[in-house]
Design a protein. Structure first.
Lengths: 362, 349
């Protein structure tokens, strides 16, 4: 009895979708994270992005970097550094001279000259980043960053801007699946088996860790890890003595800094740390974007960490998941050596727990 | 005036008492600082670890505790003490030479130059060694510019030195801003900003080994010249009439101060206020005679920076940037000193 009803719903749904997209050929309405509404004449074809992760995120939502006419220089550096430069080589030739007088302040004339039909800028970092562009009639959306909800909003908004909401469903479906599956498996981990894990945003010239309120804390907690820096706030500069006092089981090194596991292994001060004695210091992977901050590839990062901390309690085949993700999202076929490079097998490969990420022999 | 006379025959005994008091205070400060930290170690064990080096003791502590005390706290306390003493000596020498209680090592532009060198190193390299090298090198370059700018007819008048310092400082501050502007906001910029605020959080024996040669050499030289600073503080004409080559002396002292400031910035980032506040504290204790003021200021400065750094590393889980504390504590202390003494310590002028 339920079947006809379901069909009816599907058919009505399709009709609605078709009419709305036919209508959307004319107008697209976007609401940004400041609650400002921007109306576009049609899908975005000339996009300018200021926030660092926005360019890479947009390319993955659009499956192409073609509509990008300009991005922040740091965005381009990040794309060049990771594999997105190979997948979307057109992103490397995009204009970057759009800032002036401050890190994100726009050079309004340069932006105008590019005739963008949408500009993406930071919200909540001062009106002077947005207002000068709005004053000359540029369509600007302001976005904030740092939580999983923010990432979801970005992906939805950018997909709406090119009128391809199905792309957002595809990517966010992967996010939601991973959160549910990992969350369920993490809940099974008994308290006495929980691993304490500390993430370093910086560890070369200073020691900067992340606690509650940070994205890194969110996923360390989600996969069942215990973050000793949790209570001390979202970002904290600590000294080596504090690290010894916390004595984490696992140390993660981020991609904003050149620190490597060897630096910890070779430093006599850290020889008493559990993570050093068990050689469980890992450099975080770097794929289409750094895996430590939020990005489209976050689900892969969570799977990586869950597998790393709890091994057989989790049931992901990370290499296969990566290939599937890259095929679905970027339309790109990842090679074995590219997977090795992303996972930093060169620096992590010898460490315990990493054997599960190595290529299958034979 | 509550200051005790420390010269003459009756002063000799008072001086001995003063030195015993100051040394004891410094020693207690250092031992207390070594006993405090984020890694919990009972006091008696800290003392046992320390005494274990000089006498055979039952080693009942574990290796981590010994490492925390001897490889983390001890070098950091020693670096802080050395920097504090050196900055205080630099401040005393400058204030005496320029006959102006409001100058500190930062005024002659060297900190700014060294700060730029450090920021540049953080931008282009990952190496701690290059960081220290460039900071020190640019500190000396800034000093060379100051000395060149200030030379008028073969002499460097006080006013010209100060103005040249202001000019050089402004120039390097602008260059530092430029570096912050071009630095990658995600990875380089936060590292540069934190470093510029000053911190001993990475200080170890390497830094101490870097710091000691220039500091010992320059502070030693200032110590030998301390009576000449007395003469300079009388004024140029009086000094010339007493047979002191004012110009040469001033250049030598400025060079020493520059080397100290550059060495400190290279090791710890920009640590402000110490060279300004501590000389005033010391002058309140012993008066304006540089023969005694200089060494006393060094002891006070060493203890002062050890205390500030102990707060920086123990008060919260997070390291508090040193520059924030030295200014937050230093500025009100300085204001209080100015208000309460009304510059009475400058009775010689």
């Amino acid at each position: 009895m339920t079947k006809p009803i379901l069909q009816g719903v599907v058919i009505t749904g399709l009709t609605v979708a078709v009419t709305s997209s036919a209508f959307a050929e004319d107008k697209i309405t976007l609401t940004d994270q400041r609650d400002v509404t921007v109306e576009l004449d049609g899908p975005v074809e000339r996009l300018v992005t200021f926030p660092m992760p926005a360019a890479a995120l947009f390319a993955s939502v659009a499956g192409s970097a073609e509509p990008l006419v300009a991005m922040h220089p740091a965005s381009q550096a990040a794309i060049e550094e990771g594999i997105l430069g190979v997948i979307f080589p057109e992103a490397l030739d995009v204009e970057t001279g759009i800032t002036s007088g401050g890190v994100f302040a726009p050079n309004v004339e340069a932006v105008l000259n590019l005739k963008p039909d949408l500009v993406v800028q930071w919200a909540g970092r001062g009106d002077e980043l947005l207002e000068p562009m709005e004053a000359v009639g540029l369509p600007v959306i302001g976005l904030t960053y740092g939580t999983q909800e923010d990432t979801e909003t970005w992906i939805r908004t950018l997909a709406a801007a090119i009128d391809q909401p199905d792309r957002a469903d595809l990517i966010l479906g992967k996010h939601e699946d991973a959160i549910q599956r990992i969350g369920a498996q993490a809940a099974e981990v008994p308290d006495d088996e929980r691993v304490s894990v500390l993430y370093f945003l910086r560890a070369a010239n200073s020691l900067e860790v992340r606690g509650e309120g940070s994205y890194n804390h969110f996923y360390m907690d989600m996969v069942g890890g215990v973050n000793p820096a949790g209570p001390s706030g979202s970002r904290t500069e600590i000294n080596p003595e504090q690290l010894l006092a916390w004595n984490p089981d696992v140390i993660l090194l981020g991609n904003f800094d050149p620190a490597m596991p060897e630096d910890f292994y070779n430093n006599p001060l850290y020889s008493a740390l559990n993570a050093v004695q068990n050689r469980r210091v890992y450099k975080m992977p770097l794929g289409g974007y750094r895996w430590d901050p939020p990005s489209q590839e976050s689900p892969l990062s969570w799977m990586w960490l869950a597998e790393l901390l709890y091994g057989d309690r989790m049931d992901y085949d990370l290499r296969w998941e990566m290939q599937r993700f890259y095929a679905d999202v970027y339309g790109y076929e990842l090679s074995d050596s590219e997977i090795d490079a992303i996972l930093r097998i060169d620096v992590n490969g010898e460490n315990p727990g990493y054997d599960r990420f190595l290529r299958q022999q034979g | 005036m509550t200051q005790v006379s420390l010269t003459g025959t009756t002063g000799a005994r008072r001086q001995t008492i003063l030195w015993i008091g100051l040394s004891a205070a410094l020693l207690i400060t250092v031992v207390l600082a070594l006993g405090m930290g984020r890694y919990p170690i009972p006091w008696h064990r800290v003392l046992a670890i320390l005494f274990g080096n000089v006498m055979p003791l039952d080693t009942s502590w574990d290796l981590v505790e010994e490492q925390v005390v001897e490889a983390l706290r001890l070098p950091r306390v020693l670096v802080a003490m050395t920097c504090g003493a050196a900055l205080a000596a630099a401040g005393v020498a400058l204030q005496g030479t320029f006959r102006n209680p409001l100058v500190g090592p930062q005024i002659i532009g060297v900190s700014s130059g060294a700060g730029f060198g450090g920021a540049l190193a953080l931008l282009v390299s990952e190496s701690q060694f290059i960081l220290m090298l460039l900071a020190f090198a640019f500190g000396l370059i800034a000093m060379a510019i100051v000395l060149w700018l200030s030379r008028v007819g073969g002499r460097s008048p006080v006013l010209m030195l100060v103005l040249a310092g202001v000019v050089t400082s402004a120039m390097f501050a602008a260059l530092t801003s430029l570096i912050q502007y071009v630095a990658d906001p995600e990875d380089k910029l936060p590292a540069i900003v934190f470093w510029l605020m000053g911190s001993f959080s990475t200080a170890g024996y390497d830094e101490l080994a870097w710091l000691l040669p220039p500091v010992v050499a320059t502070c030693g030289l200032l110590f030998l010249l301390r009576w000449r600073i007395n003469v300079l503080s009388l004024g140029d004409e009086e000094a010339e009439s007493l047979g002191v080559s004012v110009n040469t002396m001033r250049l030598v002292i400025v060079f020493c101060v520059a080397a100290i400031a550059a060495a400190v910035v290279a090791v710890a980032g920009v640590v402000g206020w110490v060279g300004l506040v501590v000389p005033h504290l010391a002058r309140m204790i012993v008066g304006p005679d540089h023969r005694i003021l200089l060494p006393v200021a060094m002891v006070v400065g060493g203890g002062y920076l050890v205390i500030i750094d102990t707060i920086a590393r123990t008060a919260t889980t997070a390291e508090i940037p040193l520059g924030v504390l030295t200014a937050l504590i230093g500025a009100p202390v300085f204001g209080y000193l100015l208000k309460s003494t009304q510059a009475r310590g400058w009775s010689r002028d």
